[in-house]
Design a protein around this ligand. Structure first.
Ligand SMILES: O=C(O)/C=C/C(=O)CC(=O)CC(=O)O
Ligand SMILES: [Ca+2]
Ligand SMILES: [Mg+2]
Length: 431
């Protein structure tokens, strides 16, 4: 029997022709030649070579070392390229030209697939925000008064966004002074701030955490002073990927007042190597949870939902978080209070423009149940309730721990759409 062709996938392969995520790869024989790849089953199609082989009009976009030109080209081009790829991979007329251009996934190196422009991280899970509020600010309400009126976010550090599999060095920084008060490595609130005279500690974080998030990649730019309405989401957003917003909780809780997260999160943010086109997630669209306060018109998506209009609303992505291969949480993205379309509308309502490569993340995805919490801060309730793993207890991450996020979404028919995993291993602090 001849060996199976990589073009012959099982009918329920989650990386079938309904998915087709984009990445950038090299092969060991040409380590400097970055190429756009499209994942198909356990193989990667060399998309530029395929475009050349069939005489595609999109050869310049696909024969590029990053996704940026394709991302900038806009939705009609994204749809045309996606249709071409589907044809090349599924129609027998192209079989002999395409088959040699598929590389086994195990033989390629995957790279950050686009140049990150700006990076914004939101705070869109009501469950996460309430839990963090209870832990960090036990004397206040769980949510700040603005939380249900706008998607809260902060600007992160685009230059330290790294691709899946990049080791993450345990960061060093300032830690709350001990000074006869509860110290920064105890489960404590910010209310324990000591007198200004006590010198902070300095050293490797003792409370390194992950945050399970879903990120959106801007393709088509927008001009200054032209807010993007909810209905503009599909014209500007190219695709979706998993993201881990690594967080040093002791650095964060000492530094964040009054301006928000800074060095406690900027040391590394990991993204998956595969960007899933929004069109692959059409069957995963779902209504967001009922909002319990009225929204200003630029954020109000209730009319679009009621009319069944083609606005994205929520997305039914089922995430799994594993530490060293052991599942520790199953955060449901469908439970997010704010949608990505609302985040995009909010980010631009002041006239700020979008650039190709802007990355905005959902914020930690936590559901209502304890086993659906998207970070260790919540899962262990700030270290009070350690997790029991086969290799020992965890409050926060230890050197050598590997955190892996995976996810799938309902696809067409009974098929699943897999999102590319994001993984990263913690390595010891370097003095
Ligand atoms: O409530 C706070 O003080 C900050 C919480 C965060 O960790 C910010 C963040 O990264 C938002 C998120 O991932 O949901
Ligand atoms: Ca975050
Ligand atoms: Mg981060």
């Amino acid at each position: 029997m001849p060996p199976l062709s990589p073009l012959d996938l099982a009918h329920d392969d989650p990386y079938g022709p309904h998915n087709l995520p984009y990445g950038v790869f090299t092969t060991p024989d040409a380590p400097d030649l970055r190429r756009i790849g499209v994942r198909y089953g356990d193989h990667v199609l060399d998309a530029g070579a395929a475009a050349a082989a069939v005489g595609s009009p999109h050869i310049a976009l696909l024969g590029h070392p990053t996704l940026n030109p394709l991302m900038a080209a806009g939705r009609p081009v994204w749809q045309a390229v996606r249709e071409e790829l589907r044809t090349w991979l599924t129609e027998s007329a192209h079989r002999s030209a395409i088959e040699p251009l598929l590389h086994p996934l195990t033989t390629v190196v995957l790279h950050l697939p686009f140049e990150v422009a700006d990076y914004v991280d939101f705070y869109a899970s009501e469950h996460h925000a309430s839990n963090v509020g209870r832990i960090f600010r036990p004397d206040g309400g769980p949510l700040t008064p603005n939380w249900k009126h706008m998607p809260i976010g902060y600007h992160g550090r685009a230059g330290t966004v790294v691709v899946s599999d990049t080791p993450v060095v345990r960061p060093r920084g300032q830690l709350r002074p001990p000074a006869g008060q509860p110290t920064s490595d105890q489960p404590t609130s910010d209310q324990s701030a000591p007198a200004h005279s006590a010198l902070p500690l300095f050293g490797p974080t003792r409370r390194l955490d992950f945050e399970a998030e879903v990120a959106f990649v801007v393709g088509a730019p927008s001009p200054f002073n032209t807010p993007v309405p909810l209905s503009g989401f599909h014209d500007h957003v190219f695709g979706v990927c998993l993201l881990n917003d690594w967080s040093a909780r002791d650095i964060q809780s000492w530094e964040y007042r009054p301006l928000g997260p800074f060095l406690g999160k900027s040391f590394a943010t990991s993204v998956a190597a595969w960007i899933t086109p929004l069109d692959a997630l059409a069957a995963a669209r779902t209504a967001p949870p009922t909002r319990d306060v009225p929204l200003l018109p630029y954020l109000d998506d209730s009319a679009a939902d009621a009319a069944g209009a083609a606005e994205p609303g929520g997305l039914d992505l089922r995430i799994e978080v594993a530490i060293n291969g052991h599942p520790v949480s199953h955060p449901p993205f469908a439970a997010m209070y704010w949608t990505a379309a609302q985040q995009l509308a909010h980010m631009t309502v002041n006239g700020a423009s979008l650039r190709t490569g802007d990355l905005f993340a959902s914020g930690t995805v936590s559901g209502p149940e304890p086993h659906q919490r998207g970070c260790l801060l919540e899962l262990t309730w700030s270290g009070r309730d350690p997790l029991r793993l086969p290799d020992g207890e965890r409050t926060f991450l230890e050197d050598g721990d590997e955190v892996t996020l995976t996810a799938w979404a309902p696809g067409p028919g009974n098929n699943r759409v897999a999102l590319g995993e994001v993984t990263g291993c913690v390595v010891p602090s370097t003095p």
